[in-house]
Write a new protein. Sequence first.
Lengths: 296, 423
Amino acid sequence: MISRRLRSTVEPIGFVLPCVLMLGIFVYYPLVQNVIYSFFRFSAFSPEKIFIGLENYRMLLKDGVVLTALRNNVRYAIVSVIVQVCWGLVLAAVLEDKALRRVSPFFRTTFFLPVVISISVICLLFGFIYSPIDGILNNFLTLVGLGSWARPWLGSGKTAIWATIAVSQWQSVGYVMMLFIVAIQKIPEELYEAAEIDGAGKLRRFFVITLPQVKEMFFVTSVITVTGSFLVFNEPYILTKGGGPGTSSMTLAVHMYQSGFFKDMMGYASTIAVVIFLISAALSVVQLKAFKSGED
Amino acid sequence: MFKKLLAVSVLLAMTVSFAAAQSGKVTIRFFHRWPMEPRYSYFNQVVAEFEKQNPNIKIEMDSVVNDAYKEKIRVLISSNDVPDVFLSWSDSFAANLVKSGKVKSLNDMLAKDKAFASSFIQSQIKPFSFDGVTYGMPLTIDGKVFVYNKEMFAKAGITKDPKTWDELLKALDTLKAKGYAVPLLEGLSDAWAISHYQGTMFQRYLPAEVLAKDYAEATGEFTNPGYKVVLERFQKLVSYMGPNATSLSHTEVRNQFIAGKLPLIYLQLAEFSYINNAKSKPDFGYFNFPAFADGKGDPGLLTGAPEGFMMSNTSKNPEAAEKFYKFLLSKENMIKFVKDVGAPVAVIGAVNKDNSYPALMGAIDLILSVKGSMPWFDNAVNIKVADAFMRGSQAIATGDKTIDQVMADAQAAAKVVRSEAKK
């Protein structure tokens, strides 16, 4: 009797424990440790750490690169929401339309393909596309009579960040589209039928039925893309060799990495990490509130 | 349920440990920066040969390219996951790695094996020695020179190697006038390539005392007006490079030179092999960076520093690591390296008539004949300062920053470095 009661209290803990341990060790412990590190100055090469209080945060406020990085992250977020979330939804709605039912599997696969390709490969590929010598983008522009638009896309401080953002959109729009397709497929068919009987056109049905019905998914994908935009690292790191030319395509994550592992300012890198964490946490909260998710 | 889980995990643990014990092989981790040919194949062959001779030692080789290597080796050194044998640049880069306390002193090994120690050009070991302790032995030796396409220079009527800055500019103007829209090019997207130019130019222009004071972490200020003059002259050079320089890599530009599309390029002696191994093989000549008429630095110096191998002092198998280390740098292998890769090495007599080509023999003579060498700028100064100059110069090239802004950034970086050095 006692053993059974004991078992019924111990057993659930046994199931939860691995998860709690994992979270504790791999999420909460590093998080706390990182905040502690941000008050120190230390080198990756030496075990000695010097406590400097808020000095790193003071430096952060004076660091112009942080501003550039933040601006680039915001640009990333805005473009990503417009292209990935909004355009992804449009793509999904079009592909789920009855008229395209025959060809939609083909397009679905095609649009989704970039998602499963390694980002390093994609960046190499786009390196060739953007290349000022024999790059196909400039060649194409010249071919269609827009030769004056041709430029060193990744080599100019004005275009490098936009060229980088474009690659991310190309890669990720398929993923968001897939999420929307799943959401649209879950919408009961009767709603559309009823609207059709009432004489609603395709556009009307999209705005009155599809859009409200995928609200939840809209929220989820916005959170994913916006927080993703503030964590973006691979694209600028590979395409513009760490946010170049100069610091024009720097993002917070790249700045953090380079401060830590290139300039050997581990404490300062932790400080930037704290900022990234605060921004993404704040954004999630804002979006959670704005969409009032979970109340439906 | 619990019993089952326990049983499975115990079984799993046993299998894993059994598999590890059964192999009985010692594993040595080797990390370098050449995932590209011809060096990649060379190292693969050397590793295979070593494993054949030492069947109980397995070499786990890993490699990433230049800038990524600089970052990754720092990450590894800062973790407890230091490779047993790894590549390092000399001077401040090596000094930084040594600071971690995880790089093995080679003094004992060199004292015991005199033959090994004396097989190297002795001047090339110094850049890996700090406070009387040697931490690395050189693989390649190097220097940076202007390399020109002889045919293009002849066509443009340039018959004399430019000896001064003005002569260099005149040559560039002549080339431009003769139809070469881009007479000189560098892959400015590679930050290190910028530091190679600027390191040499600082050395040529500024007095040695100023550099000694500024390059030292505790005293560096970078307030001498000479730095600004050098940046202005660098900007002048960039003006010959056309609109694409900041989006190109050094490798792309080198390939342009090899393809005979570029008259002049600033190259490392170690890169001669790429020209020599290419099918097009343009006939090339080379000259040291010209002197500034108003410069205070010694124009007889050559910018360039050796690269070499280090060992971890946290290695689990130090004997096997040492055996592999000596094998890597043995004269036989260095002769093969020169033959396969075509870059100059520090082992005496490894570059000879049988395994190299005239330009490489000339390169060795040049290194041995110059008055002295100056390490790469990004190895000579603290990386924060180097980064301010390198990234800043990219921004100068794209027109996003002025020279004054870049100087201010560099001085601010130097201030941080100074304050850190004092504490």
